[in-house]
Design a protein. Structure first.
Ligand SMILES: O=P(O)(O)OC[C@H]1O[C@](O)(COP(=O)(O)O)[C@@H](O)[C@@H]1O
Ligand SMILES: [Mg+2]
Ligand SMILES: [Mg+2]
Length: 334
């Protein structure tokens, strides 16, 4: 049964409804499959590798194939997925293009930790390449499904962010209240700290100053979170604030970070901006970046505007002043 989307407050844009309904239908199926875990088969089994060399899990491939099938009769012409080398044409008469990370947080499938789906929608241009190799200001909608204690859709159509929770009782996505904007109070940062030794000096200095806590230049204590599911970090930050960083680092293949611009960073950036936050590479606004390839990676920093701006200040400072941030005369000591 196709899940219905119940929206008491505002309507969903007419031309996007079939696409959104198809995404919700697959999300509800995936949610059931994920809830069954090992009872439904080995969803975490390695079944191959994608164009980036990432291991593909069974659930990555199932999710990708299910979205392609469900989108056939919607207005989607071009489909770009983390799990496919190239753009595919789904419906020659369609006027929309959809970029998708069908299953985000694959490394958590076996651990019963929240995982998700990320998508961005824009008008279709004449070719798939022409469509997706444009900057993120072309997005007309983006969102994520989080498969966690609740299955929830967060979506923007360019006028704020809306939340829909999948009711297990009725199999409908029902609109739920959400904060008007990302709360500014949280003192939480999210970064994979095991990569500390590979980071650039500004990123190390920013995190060092957070860790220094009340005795350091920031003059207050911070907490750290790292779920390793981008959707889960995004949902936490959208709900209670904070900052996320996946910077570039010195490891082979990480000179542009880990996350992909077209189907991870740009859709999340659109949502974050619609919730009053900022999303950058640490320096440049994500939505202004034109990808040079479908699977291009980009350093990714997002969260409350004040926190994201602060990261860019660390990049602006000459080396000796970044060091000064550690000391008593630190720039940020009150
Ligand atoms: O394992 P790392 O290096 O901390 O990376 C974690 C990041 O990788 C991702 O899992 C990448 O997404 P996929 O699972 O879709 O490949 C993000 O969800 C997460 O933020
Ligand atoms: Mg992902
Ligand atoms: Mg993925």
């Amino acid at each position: 049964m196709t899940p219905e989307i119940i929206s008491p407050s505002h309507e969903i844009p007419h031309d996007l409804r079939p696409t959104l309904a198809a995404l919700c239908e697959v999300a509800a199926q995936l949610s059931r499959m994920i809830a069954l875990g090992p009872l439904g088969g080995a969803l975490d089994a390695n079944v191959g590798s994608n164009t980036d060399g990432d291991i593909q899990k069974a659930l990555d491939v199932i999710a990708d194939a299910s979205f392609v099938t469900a989108l056939k009769d919607t207005g989607v012409r071009w489909y770009a997925s983390e799990e496919k080398d190239d753009v595919i044409e789904i419906n020659g008469d369609g006027t929309l293009a959809l970029a998708i990370d069908p299953l985000d947080g694959s490394s958590n499938i076996d651990a019963n930790v929240s995982i998700g789906t990320i998508f961005g929608i824009q008008p279709a241009a004449d070719t798939g390449e022409e469509t997706f190799l444009r900057d993120g200001t072309h997005l007309i909608a983006s969102g994520y499904f989080i498969y966690g204690p609740q299955t929830l859709l967060a979506v923007t159509f360019g006028a704020g962010v809306r939340h829909f929770v999948l009711s297990p009782d009725t199999n409908t996505f029902i609109e739920a209240p959400r904060p008007d904007a990302i709360p500014e109070t949280a003192s939480e940062f999210a970064i994979n700290a095991s990569n500390y030794r590979h980071w650039s000096r500004p990123i190390r200095a920013y995190i060092d100053d957070c860790i220094a806590g009340a005795e350091g230049p920031r003059g207050r204590n911070f907490n750290m979170r790292w779920v390793a599911s981008l959707v889960a970090e995004t949902h936490r930050i959208m709900s209670r604030g904070g900052i996320f960083l996946y910077p570039s680092d010195g490891r082979d293949g990480y000179q542009h970070g880990r996350l992909r611009l077209v189907y991870e960073c740009a859709p999340i950036a659109f949502l974050v901006e619609q919730a009053g936050g900022k999303a950058t590479t640490g320096i440049h606004r994500i939505l202004d970046i034109t990808p040079d390839s479908l699977h291009a990676r980009v350093p990714f920093v997002f969260g409350t505007a004040e926190k994201v701006d602060r990261v860019s200040v660390y990049h602006d400072l000459p080396d000796q002043e970044v060091s000064a941030l550690f000391g008593d005369r630190g720039l940020f000591r009150a």
